[in-house]
Design a binder for this molecule. Structure first.
Ligand code: ZN
Length: 700
């Protein structure tokens, strides 16, 4: 400070050591995207080493999490000291800082030879960084003053990601933890499909992307060989006495592989499996053709009951470029941006409505279009079947747990009565294999023995894993479907849409778990993303300042309860579906500040004008959806390692009717419990969305 006062510039801040440059940082708006690379590890030794790597990483993370928690507890307990000496001094004393936790992690590593053998210090530091971030969120809170809970040790099953360090962009050949070695050319050269015509398509990956549909680029074996580090020497080009150096992974140009060096037992080399069909290759090229864009690799595992060891491994490669969009999607977004329409959206638990007009409000520029998206009867049936299947599996799990931990459960009423009957009749007592009564519990409620200490059979574990894998697959499919649907909608209605600012969490409170099957939040998120990608925006308008469900386009207030599904305006005579009218009002919402939903108001002058100029067209659009069918773009992306030949979803309307031409094997699933309930709201139909409309069904 003294030097500043004397007019002398303060010395430049030093970064990481004496003469170092400032650390490289990703610039603010630079896009990043992640590609999932499948790592088909089949070699038993590599699998064991990977399992040990995960175990070591989890142990060190848990140890540091416990350290952090203990220090946080001590910090909050030292109330007087915080007041007298200041919070910072207390944190310093306790070692409650990034550096303090890193020291603790080092200590753990040094204390345990096993940990050090299976883990590098860089990985331990990175895991510690994650723990410190969580601790920071607890200690300091965010911009709104909200603080996260105290850090706590996670579960082994939730520990799926080992974060890697980013590649150095200032020093060549520096990639500290997981690195991707090899080249795309090397991969094509090694696994080129034998049916590829030798003369027409040479070995370059760029040619592979140009192949006609249906052609496979690669043929990779089920058990992929583990690449080895190059041997021999390479010339350095420097005028040193020998003029050459030993070859390393940096000189390797064979098939792609992920390498971790610096752990005991030599380099951990994991072969990479790429998508084989040429349809995926534009995307493969986008991510892998330019090694300069590779930024960082995280090692991720996910439960896969059929994989050896029960886990499938993936490398999540982050690249410094935007995500891939298929040419069809790019074209669709371009068309959507050119549409020059404005639309309103009305979302609800089990359906979604969109109505749009030309932005100029000129009938010559285009008609009123409306779309209703809801579930078809086929989907409802399919979802009910799925739900009952899930419940059956859950019950099977419960039976298995009861059978292996019989002493923790009491007899059911029926079992008890039977035992009493036998006793009265003088018959010997029967051993109950599976008690169906309640879990043995303490007087105040909690079970007398924790569930986590239960003995679980192998088949229990297998079925539980299968359930989890199915749930993950279903979530992935829902996400893909939501994305397709969002694209379909912006293709018709343009990318400038307005929706009521609703809180999905409130819906969850009202409708509970069933909402997780309909996933309206997923669709709204997808719609928001697609609008932004097409250069528009999904605006949110407050319900309190607009009350769109309680008004007519003419401006008159039309009171409706939630059970009233029809809108009939006594003032202007407009009739239509309640949600379509509400969505149509969204078109005329103006926001003084687009980022603040509470500044929204409905411009009834414009809506009255539109009502006049569009006349019967508007009236018809509000009675039923009128949007024309639009071919959907194909679903790109997804999880490479998880893809399976998927059943066509309801979007394409090709699912055969399960009842048609097949003998009935089971009674019809129940269409509802018949339970009236207390809620004034209609019961939510279970599922995902599907467009419905006259022309939609007619076209397909
Ligand atoms: Zn009216």
């Amino acid at each position: 400070m003294g030097r500043e006062e004397n007019g002398v510039a303060p010395p430049q801040r030093r970064f990481r050591g004496k003469y170092r440059q400032p650390a490289w940082r990703r610039s603010e708006g630079q896009p990043v995207a992640v590609m999932v690379l499948e790592l088909p590890v089949t070699d038993p030794r590599t699998l064991r080493r990977l399992a040990n790597l995960y175990a070591a990483a989890w142990h060190i993370k848990r140890a540091v999490q416990r350290d952090a928690r203990a220090r946080v507890n001590a910090y909050w307990a030292a109330r007087t000291q915080r007041k007298d000496k200041g919070p910072k001094a207390v944190r310093e004393r306790l070692g409650l800082s990034r550096e303090g936790l890193q020291r603790a992690a080092y200590q753990h590593l040094e204390d345990s030879g096993w940990l050090r053998h299976h883990l590098t210090k860089a990985l331990a530091m990175h895991l510690t960084g994650e723990v410190w971030t969580a601790t920071q969120r607890h200690l300091f809170g965010d911009a709104t003053g909200k603080r996260a809970g105290r850090p706590k040790a996670g579960r082994w099953w939730d520990f799926t990601r080992i974060p890697g360090r980013a590649r150095s962009h200032t020093t060549a050949a520096k990639w500290e933890t997981f690195r991707l070695v090899g080249t795309l050319e090397g991969h094509v050269g090694a696994f080129r499909h034998p049916h590829l015509p030798q003369d027409v398509h040479p070995h370059t990956p760029a040619d592979a992307a140009q192949l006609p549909p249906g052609q496979s680029v690669l043929l990779q074996p089920r058990r992929m060989a583990t690449p080895t580090v190059p041997t021999g020497h390479v010339p350095t080009g420097n005028p040193t006495p020998s003029g050459r150096r030993k070859a390393t992974w940096w000189d390797y140009d064979g098939p792609l592989a992920v390498v971790l060096t610096g752990i005991g037992g030599g380099d951990l080399v994991l072969p990479v499996r790429l998508p084989q069909g040429c349809g995926c290759w534009p995307r493969v090229l986008h991510f892998l053709a330019d090694p300069d864009a590779w930024h960082k690799i995280d090692l991720v595992r996910r439960r896969k009951p059929s994989a050896p060891g029960g886990w499938a491994y993936e490398a999540h490669l982050m690249v410094l470029r935007p995500g891939y969009a298929a040419p069809g999607t790019v074209e669709l977004r371009r068309q959507a941006a050119k549409l020059d329409r404005v639309g309103g959206v009305d979302g609800n638990v089990s359906h979604l409505e969109v109505v749009s007009l030309p932005a100029t409000l000129d009938p010559a520029a285009g008609p009123v279009l409306s779309s209703e998206i809801t579930l078809s009867e086929t989907d409802k049936r399919r979802l009910l079947t799925q739900a009952s299947k899930r419940r059956r599996r859950q019950r099977a799990l419960d039976r298995s747990r009861r059978a292996t931990n019989a002493q923790q459960y009491g007899l059911s009423k029926r079992q008890r009565k039977r035992a009493e009957r036998r006793q009265v009749a003088g018959l010997p007592g029967k051993t109950v294999q599976m008690p169906r009564g309640p879990r043995a519990a303490r007087n105040n409620g909690p079970p007398s023995r924790a569930y986590r200490t239960d003995r679980l059979s192998k088949s229990y574990q297998h079925h539980r894993d299968r359930l989890a894998a199915n749930a993950a697959r279903a979530a992935q499919a829902n996400k893909a479907r939501a994305m397709l649907l969002a694209r379909h909608l912006i293709g018709i209605h343009g990318s400038n849409l307005t929706i009521e600012d609703c809180d999905i969490r409130a819906w969850f409170r009202l409708w509970g778990k069933r909402l997780s099957q309909t996933t309206p939040g997923l669709l709204l998120n997808a719609l928001e993303k697609e609008c932004a990608a097409a250069g528009g925006r999904l605006l949110r308008a407050s319900t309190f300042t607009t009350a769109m469900s309680q008004h007519c386009l003419c401006g008159a207030a039309v009171r409706k309860y939630l059970r009233d599904r029809e809108h009939i305006c006594p003032a202007c005579g407009l009739t239509g579906k309640r949600d379509l009218v509400s969505a149509a009002l969204g078109i005329f919402v103006h926001l003084d500040d687009p980022n603040d939903p509470s500044t929204a108001r409905v411009d009834y002058t414009s809506s009255r004008h539109a009502q006049l100029v569009f006349g019967s067209g508007l009236q018809e659009a509000l009675r039923e959806s009128t949007a024309a069918y639009l071919p959907l773009a194909s679903a790109g992306g997804g999880r490479a390692a998880a893809t399976r030949p998927q059943r066509r979803g309801p979007l394409l309307r090709e699912t055969p009717d399960p009842k048609a031409g097949r003998p009935r094997m089971r009674p019809e699933p129940r269409q509802g419990s018949g339970h009236a309930g207390k809620s004034a709201f209609p019961p939510a139909a279970p599922v995902a969305y599907e467009p419905r409309g006259k022309s939609w069904a007619a076209t397909t």
